[in-house]
Structures are given as C-alpha cells and as structure tokens.
Design a protein around this ligand. Structure first.
Ligand SMILES: Nc1nc2c(c(=O)[nH]1)N[C@H]1C(S)=C(S)[C@@H](COP(=O)(O)O)O[C@H]1N2
Ligand SMILES: [Mo]
Length: 347
C-alpha cells in the first residue's frame, strides 16, 4: 500500500518487528558510559550517562526510515534533546563560531560514525534516546544510549553514542565514506546512494566477461543485459540495476544486492544463498528454481501493490524455488502473501 506519510519506495515493516541493521553490539568496554562533547567547542565536556538521564526526559514520536526500504511510523522514543544537552550548563550554545558540522561517534569496534551539518542538527533537533516504545533501549538497537535523528534515513542515527564532535569541515561517516551512502540522506528525495563506483567502459568489459565475483560494483547499470551464468559471488552490487536482464543460473551467493533493481529479470536457477537482498525489487522477476536460502529479505518486493491495494507484476516462483521461512516472515504482510501464494519451498 502507498501511504502519504511514507517516503517514496519505502514500505511499512510488520507491526512488532524492528530489524537490526549494521553493527549488533557496542565495543566491549567496562568504563562507565559517558558522552563527550568535543571539537570546535569552548571547552570539552564529558557527561556521564547518569547525569544525562537525570535531566528532564521527553517522549517523542518519530518516523524511522531505513535506506533498505523499510519504515516504521510513529515509534516512541524517550531521551534528551541534543540541543538541551548542549545548552545544559550555560544558556548559550557551546560550539565555536567555526563549527559547521557535527560528527556522531559510536562506542563500537569500528568507531562507527555519521555526520550532519550543524544547521541541520539545529533544525532537526535530534534526540539522545535511552528508551524505545517505553522500554530501555535494547543493546542491539543502540542501548544504553543512541541518537535518533528525525527526517533522515536511519543511518544518520548512531547507535551507542559516546562522542559528539563539532567540526569546521565535514568528516564523512562509515556508510557515507565506505559504502557510497548519500551524505544528505533525505528520504523524501530518495537520497540513498551516490553514483556508480566504476565508469561505463569498465562496466561494459565486466559485463562482457560475466565475472563480477568479489568486486565493488555499487549502482552498476546492467539493465536488459545478457548475463546468463554470471559469476557475481560475493560482489558488492548495492543499488545495481538489472531490470529485464537475463540472469539465468547466475551466482549471487553472499553478494550484497541491497536495494538492487531486479524488476522483470530472468532469475531462473539463480543462486542467492547467503546474499543480502534487503530492499531489493524482484517484482515481475522469474524466480523459478532460484535459491534464496539464508538471504536476508527485509524491505524486499516481490510484486507491485498500488494505493488501492491492486497487485501487479508478481514474481514467479515454483516448487523448486527455495526461500527461508524466517526471511519470508520479515517481509511486510502484503509481500509475504504474494510469496506464499507462489508456493515456493519454505525451508
Ligand atoms: N554504531 C552504529 N550505529 C548505526 C549503524 C551501525 O552499523 N553502527 N547502522 C545505522 C543504520 S544503517 C541503521 S538503518 C540504523 C539501524 O538501527 P537499528 O539496528 O536499531 O534498527 O542504525 C544506524 N546506526
Ligand atoms: Mo540503514
């Protein structure tokens, strides 16, 4: 269904589900949790979590939109508005005139981070959240304390926040620098990814050779191509375009096809075992005898459902199509029904 409050090409996740995306745990560290306000500020401040939670807490309803096409509307988060925290001691802002960006850094093994322009921080008024849906934030969702930034794809909301740094120049975050995620991340403008990582000529050569294994090919344009028996094992093909392509017998095992466009592709006997298919579009595709075991399917589409609920372009499956039961449960109820009607083998 299309809802006016859902940004383009997002779908609502089933009621009680909240997918875990990205890192699952904070860094193992026994020091008491603190949040450091640093960088272009008058003086660095280290705020213990206990001090933070003794400040007045607010409860807000915030719509969550993940770049892999799932949304959860009106989630209830409780915490301290970041702007309150940074005005906490003195009444004037703590940052220096030179500050133009804010970097949010996690207490995690890869020191995961993301950033926002200071003006957007002021406009969006992010929450430093300690509870979700009235319960303490679960560890895998960023507990004890995470950022929740309204109005952006959820990758701008860092889990396990421990450092908030004011910067003169932007410092790209983990997904933005390494995975080609769009730095502005506005879901209403579908700012998901930056452009392809390789040029047209190199793409043409790889398509000719039909070997993408292990390569980084984000946003590759391969619509309508003959790629029968393609070897794309372990390839990074986020946001790749394979619409109407012939991919019979292709090997996509362990590939990353999140948000890939596979509309009307011929995927008979294709191997997607262990692939990341979050947000991929399979509507109109031929998935007979395809193997999707151990693939993750959050936000996947297997048919087009219009505003009135009418269904078109349903992907074709048969009794030889293999697909994980858990993965099917993660689909929206409408998408799940489309899959179940095709009677694939649920394993
Ligand atoms: N520390 C940390 N924060 C993170 C990530 C991550 O990998 N590490 N992933 C981001 C992404 S892409 C999303 S969609 C959300 C997911 O939050 P959730 O797992 O609570 O749904 O966290 C964001 N914050
Ligand atoms: Mo995400």
């Amino acid at each position: 269904m299309i809802h006016p409050e859902i940004p383009p090409n997002q779908q609502l996740v089933n009621d009680h589900r909240w997918p875990v995306v990205g890192e699952k745990l904070p860094r193992c560290d026994h020091d008491p949790w603190t949040i450091t306000i640093a960088g272009e500020v008058e003086s660095e401040r280290v705020v213990p979590l206990s001090e933070l939670t003794s400040m007045p807490l607010v409860r807000r309803q915030i719509d969550v939109h993940c770049v892999t096409r799932w949304s959860k509307l009106k989630m209830s988060f409780t915490g301290i508005p970041l702007l309150d925290l940074i005005h906490h001691c003195d009444s004037k802002p703590v940052w220096n005139a030179s500050a133009r960006f804010v970097s949010f850094v996690a207490r995690s093994d890869r020191s995961h981070s993301t950033s926002l322009p200071l003006q957007q921080v002021i406009a969006l008024d992010p929450l430093i959240a300690v509870q979700a849906e009235g319960k303490p934030m679960a560890t895998e969702h960023g507990g004890p304390v995470r950022m929740v930034v309204p109005g952006k794809y959820f990758y701008k909301s860092v889990k396990w926040i421990e450092r908030i740094e004011f910067l003169e120049d932007d410092r790209l975050g983990y997904w933005e620098a390494d995975a080609g995620y769009h730095n502005n991340a506005d879901p209403w403008r579908e700012e998901r990814y930056i452009a392809a990582t390789i040029g047209k000529q190199e793409a043409a050569r790889l398509i000719e050779q039909r070997d993408f294994s292990g390569r980084e090919l984000m946003s590759l344009q391969a619509g309508g191509r003959d790629l029968q028996q393609l070897n794309a094992r372990g390839a990074m093909l986020r946001n790749a375009d394979f619409r109407n392509a012939n991919l019979r017998g292709a090997n996509f095992a362990h590939a990353n096809l999140s948000n890939a466009h596979l509309h009307s592709a011929d995927l008979r006997r294709a191997d997607f075992r262990g692939a990341d298919l979050e947000g991929a579009d399979f509507s109109g595709a031929d998935l007979r005898a395809a193997d999707l075991r151990n693939a993750s399917l959050f936000g996947c589409s297997f048919g087009v459902i219009d505003a009135k609920g009418a269904v078109t372009d349903v992907a074709v499956m048969d009794a030889m199509t293999k697909i994980g039961r858990d993965a099917v449960d993660a689909l929206t109820s409408e998408q799940r029904a489309l899959v179940e009607n095709q009677r694939p083998e649920l394993v």
